[in-house]
Ligand binder design. Structure first.
Ligand code: ATP
Ligand code: MG
Length: 917
């Protein structure tokens, strides 16, 4: 079959060009990490970035849009992780080509154009294509989509028997549990009977949506008409939208006449590189272990590159944990290809080669991404081999059970101590025909989560989520707030529009005085939390009352002042004065200082420094940036000095709002993973006027508030530098009042020390040094004295050795010794092992009413199945205690000194029994 375009790059651009020719505007992909959407971990469809438009919260800049969206389907409602590698067409990361109508055209054009592109522009034979429509749903009270069914035969040349109706599961699209949704119409392709991978499944017959590899879905046309709310109800949206999604990888396979996405030019270069690095061959077979490992690794590395580029760092929670799981999964599969050392990071350049033209950000971040992956691989590698051993024990235990199931406790221990994600344990269990008790595992996880939650309860965040959900329940009534005043004044007149309570937005009546609410004004000078800068606090006053604002957040275009009525009363319509707290001054200083710090770090450490995150509050600032190693103390001092120098020069700070392209041309720094509109605000330090931004020493995309001149920052000091993850450093610093307070406190401490030590401040260091040296000397003396006066443990052990019984050359050294420090008892066991060469040892001693039991076994006897841990576990209960350890040495504590000899006798018995086997 000859198709009209073939390379993935051509397919991507021909899709975009086709829809541009139909009046669509190209909108770049949004980052993998959704901005301001707590309901979603990762972008899972092209429509995510348009969610607020569908909900009626913001109005679209264009009526028609086209794009290629970076998607991840590894969590939540859309999770394809388990499919990856096992089939040829599900990936964790993939590109979704899409076209949108925002209350413009509807079903007819969507269907007609999809057909035109597939069959005419790309030249796919119409006889291979099938279409599906929504069959209706009783529970949701929705009828069949007759309109779409009719349109298929009216506006395309498809044969009517190829238009099939399916239920909600296949033909009603939803992005998550809540949010915009609607009936959809899908286009599937018949790849021919050879592609069926379910030939041996009883009762299988190939058909659309029958789940085999012969019919696969290429393109989904969704007609967004509803919003699913928290309680599961569907609300009709005010307008009708078209939202389509076609997988670039699947289309590429079809147009390149390949049976598998992995055989296309999107994956083959990566697969070839894996082959080169591992010395294994890829043979493109499903169900083949080696080929499967190739596919999984090739898939996962793309996910890692894109997610880390957009700001996700492997960690133990949320997005970071999902990415850590993907990386560990890839590492595990790398072992199937014989790779025990870090190697996945070596695939970063090839992924960048394939994807860097379409997504420039991956090229810019390549070095950083490699560093992160390599160090994560290395640290997992260290625990993986040990974990595999623990898994083998757990699996052996599971074999003995009737249910052939690995216990939830074991799975949890593997997770908690050895970093084995549950799916990894499941995967390994699966390979041995075992199951995992996931119910118990989840129970243990939940307990752990609750402990973590109790430890850090983030009230603000939960408040924002509430507001978001009440927003989407009631999409059209939320007013936008005019808030450009935040950049100019700290006080303004406004009027009350309404407020959020726990459930809802209220737009009339009196605000309840007894609970926390989110107050909404028609306009405000309060800054809502964004770009790392905290939301403002302050006061909103009227003739009748006083409202205290603790924090300010933004939801869509609405600024929400979180706080409570402190005096009097407030009603919708009241005229008020909004007064931002004095904290704002400190926040401004810290924010401008953050920009200066980035500039200084790049100057001192080079261009690999890029902002990874920041926090700007009234008390301090924190700046996270990429850098492969710890900066030296001299380098930090140098950066600090540069910042202070600029503050002393009292340079002016100016900002402008300009088109994004112009800002990029000026070399303004943007944050990776951040989404910017067409117009951006650029803050320039050292620009004499708005027109002089190009002369500024530092230019950053930034919506935050800043000082007018650097002099008012009034001082700068780095108080901490640390690593927060591989390749990412964090600096905490102070300015202005915060710095003054800090210095005063430090100075008080030095004064106190000087008084206590009775020396002048200048001599404090010397005096402390002296004292430390003296202390060290005394401790040493004391230790020597202690050794000579205590019992001679070594001699006692020696005696036990001389008197011990021998079985086949193995020494059975068992006996009680005098009370002694545990270190010395351990040394004695080591000494006995060395002297005896082949020995099983059990020592016991009492300290008051505390008992210590210590066991040791030489390696030759461990091989015979005698393990220190087993012995100690068996005898500890006799002294009413417990313990454990390694096969080489183990230890237990107990509470019954009178039973020490019983316990030791039991130990001797166990050892002899084993040796007699
Ligand atoms: P499937 O049933 O094959 O899993 P889907 O119904 O989940 O597909 P949609 O949510 O409708 O897919 O997404 C739109 C398009 O994105 C699909 O038609 C397909 O071409 C592509 N797509 C979806 N999931 C994946 C994936 N995991 N990997 C690659 N492409 C995908
Ligand atoms: Mg799917």
């Amino acid at each position: 079959m000859k198709h009209k375009v073939s390379s993935a790059a051509q397919i991507r651009s021909s899709f975009i060009d086709f829809f541009k020719s139909k009046g669509h505007e190209f909108i770049p992909s949004s980052p993998i990490v959704p901005i301001n959407d707590q309901t979603l971990l990762f972008a899972n469809a092209g429509m995510n970035q348009f969610k607020d438009i569908f909900l009626g919260l913001v109005s679209p800049e264009y009526r028609r849009a086209v794009n290629s969206q970076k998607c991840l389907r590894v969590s939540g409602k859309h999770n394809d992780l388990e499919e990856v590698g096992k089939d040829t067409y599900h990936h964790t990361f993939f590109e979704m080509l899409g076209n949108w109508s925002f209350d413009d055209y509807f079903k007819a054009e969507a269907i007609e154009w999809a057909w035109e592109l597939l069959t005419k522009v790309w030249g796919i034979e119409p006889g291979r294509l099938w279409a599906t429509v929504f069959a209706g749903d009783k529970a949701d009270g929705l009828p069949k989509d007759e309109a779409a069914a009719k349109l298929w035969t009216k506006v395309t040349s498809i044969s009517p028997d190829r238009v099939l109706a399916f239920s909600r599961k296949d033909n009603f699209w939803e992005m998550g549990d809540t949010g915009p949704c609607g009936p959809c119409s899908e286009i599937h392709i018949d790849l021919g009977p050879d592609m069926c991978d379910k030939k041996d499944v009883q009762g299988h017959s190939c058909a659309v949506n029958a789940g085999c590899g012969r019919f696969i879905e290429l393109w989904n046309l969704v007609f967004i008409q509803y919003n699913r709310t928290e309680n599961g109800k569907l609300l009709s949206l005010g307008a009708k939208y078209v939202d389509t999604g076609a997988g670039l990888e699947r289309i590429s396979a079809v147009l390149q006449n390949k049976g598998s996405n992995y055989d296309t030019d999107l994956f083959m270069p990566v697969i070839d590189r894996i082959s080169y690095l591992t010395d294994h061959k890829y043979t493109s077979r499903l169900g083949n272990k080696t080929d499967n490992a190739f596919r999984v690794i090739a898939d996962h590395i793309r996910t890692l590159v894109f997610a880390i580029t957009d700001g996700v760092i492997p960690s133990n929670e949320g997005r970071g944990y999902v990415i850590r799981r993907i990386l560990r999964r890839a590492s595990r599969y790398a072992r199937e290809l014989g790779m025990h050392e870090p190697f996945i990071y070596k695939l970063v350049p090839i992924v960048v080669d394939v994807m860097g033209d379409a997504f420039g950000e991956v090229r810019q971040r390549a070095d950083f991404v490699s560093t992160v992956i390599e160090s994560e691989e290395a640290s997992f590698g260290r625990t993986l081999d040990r974990g595999i051993e623990i898994f083998a024990d757990a699996a052996e235990k599971a074999m003995q059970t009737a249910e052939k199931t690995i216990s939830g406790e074991d799975a949890f221990q593997l997770y908690d101590t050895y970093g084995f994600p549950l799916d990894l344990t499941q995967l390994m269990a699966n390979e041995r025909g075992l199951k995992v008790d996931t119910v118990k595992f989840e129970e243990l996880m939940e307990e752990q989560r609750q402990r973590a939650r109790a430890a850090q309860k983030d009230v603000w965040l939960s408040g924002v989520i509430n507001i978001t959900s009440s927003l989407s329940a009631n999409p059209t009534v939320i007013p936008a707030t005019e808030d450009t005043l935040k950049h100019h004044v700290g006080q303004c007149a406004a009027s009350v529009k309404g407020w959020f309570d726990e459930q809802d937005f209220k737009d009339n009546g009196e605000i309840p005085a007894d609970s926390e609410v989110g107050l909404v004004l028609d306009r405000t000078c309060f800054y809502a939390e964004a770009g790392g800068q905290v939301g403002d606090s302050g006061i909103i006053e009227s003739e009748y009352g006083k409202f205290v604002v603790m924090d300010t957040v933004k939801v869509a275009n609405c600024v929400v002042h979180r706080g409570r009525v402190a005096e009097g009363s407030f009603r919708v319509g009241d005229k008020v004065t909004a007064i931002v707290s004095k904290d704002r001054d400190s926040i401004k200083k810290n924010h401008t200082a953050t920009h200066l710090l980035q500039w200084a770090l790049q100057d001192v450490l080079g261009k690999s420094v890029a902002q990874q995150g920041s926090f700007v509050g009234p008390d301090y600032l924190r700046f996270d940036f990429t850098y492969p190693k710890a900066p030296g103390p001299e380098e930090l001092k140098e950066a600090e000095r540069k910042v202070r120098e600029k503050i002393a020069e009292d340079l002016p700070v100016k900002w402008v709002v300009i088109p994004k392209e112009q800002a990029q041309k000026l070399g303004a720094m943007a944050l990776f993973g951040e989404k910017y509109g067409n117009e951006v605000r650029v803050v320039g330090i050292g620009a004499e006027s708005e027109n002089g931004i190009s002369e500024a020493i530092s230019r950053e995309f930034c919506g935050g508030t800043h000082v007018d001149r650097l002099g008012s920052i009034g001082g700068f000091k780095i108080i901490k530098e640390e690593s927060i993850s591989a390749g990412v450093r964090r600096i905490t610093a102070l300015t202005g009042q915060g710095l003054a307070g800090y210095l005063e406190q430090r100075s008080d401490i030095v004064d106190q020390l000087s008084q206590m030590l009775k020396v002048p401040v200048e001599a404090v260091s010397n005096r402390v040094e002296q004292l430390l040296a003296e202390n060290k000397r005394l401790t040493k003396e004391l230790k020597v004295a202690g050794t000579s006066s205590g019992p001679d443990t070594m001699a006692e052990a020696q005696t036990l050795l001389q008197q011990c019984e021998k079985i086949d050359g193995a020494h059975v050294i068992v006996g009680q010794i005098s009370n002694t420090p545990i270190e010395r008892a351990r040394e004695a066991v080591d000494m006995l092992k060395k002297k005896a060469k082949s020995a099983a040892i059990a020592l016991g001693f009492a300290d008051g009413d505390k008992v210590t039991l210590l066991t040791g076994v030489t390696d030759d006897l461990i091989k015979k199945g005698l393990k220190s841990g087993d012995i100690v576990k068996a005898i500890a209960p006799i002294v009413d205690g417990g313990g454990g350890g390694r096969p080489q040495m183990a230890q237990a504590g107990g509470k019954k000194p009178e039973k020490i000899n019983d316990a030791l006798a039991k130990a001797a018995e166990i050892i002899k029994e084993k040796l007699a086997e």
